[in-house]
Ligand binder design. Sequence first.
Ligand SMILES: O=C(O)CCC(=O)C(=O)O
Ligand SMILES: [Fe+2]
Length: 300
Amino acid sequence: MDRETLETRLSAEVQELDLEEFVLQLEVDGLCVVPPKKTGVGTDTISAIRDQLLVEAEQTVGCGFDLDDGPDTALTMTADDNVIAQFNGDRGEPSQFLVQQLCARDRLFRDLAINPAALALIRHLIGRTATRFSSHNAFVKWQGEFGYGPNLGLHCDQMAVPRPWGRNALTANTNWCLTDYTHQDGALAYVPGSHRRMEPPRFPEAVELAVPVEAPAGSLIVFHGATWHGAFPRMTPGMRLSIANYFRHYMILPQDDIKNLFPRELADDCSDPTVFKLLAGFADDFPYTQPTERIPQIVQ
Ligand SMILES: O=C(O)CCC(=O)C(=O)O
Ligand SMILES: [Fe+2]
């Protein structure tokens, strides 16, 4: 490969934002941790997002949440079909839930979803013009020994896509750490290099190889859709908060039907409406909502 071809494989955004080292880490490990000085998302913004998320958590569950103490009321999970079983504790005592559809809730979440550094790395994985939103969820967690159970909830995000997978990512994820990630505090767990296996996790191998992603609050974790990951249980008091802004190739179904259901006027209220609307897929052709081909006409 000549020098020019090699150079053009990294996008202008990756080069301008000085993200080359993270691209290399994504290629080798299938995951990278980007510090706040590279994303431009500072302590004040992270703190405002955290406060807003605690408000959303309270609205969702109906009890108060405190960063240092967790929920202010005892909580349980019902056998309701809407409850995702993986989020139950071993005796039905929950220690986490999701706040979903974040981008419809507050502009802070919309601006985070189009952060240029996150987008440059995701587009490197999925493809520049092919990248779209899939979902925007917050993980709200507190102390609980069980967590995801002995398998640490290890999975790949692109597991719903039929195999064989190629090396290109069909989906890719960003996790914004809103609190410090340490092993004891319930960090993300992942298996370095597992995206190169191009298959879902095998057990017990995956658990044996899993390592914690330790990173201070404000860090951005980016990972390939085939990377094996889950989380360690939070063993300490207080809360573990993160936002997962999840992306897809435009030929992969989104988790949330953003194109059809997201309020268009909210898309105009963010730091870059053009980029937000492109990623939301508002202008995408597929799936057709009406016939698109010309019909033969009878000659009069
Ligand atoms: O933090 C976690 O509990 C897991 C996050 C995860 O699986 C994801 O964002 O896809
Ligand atoms: Fe995941």
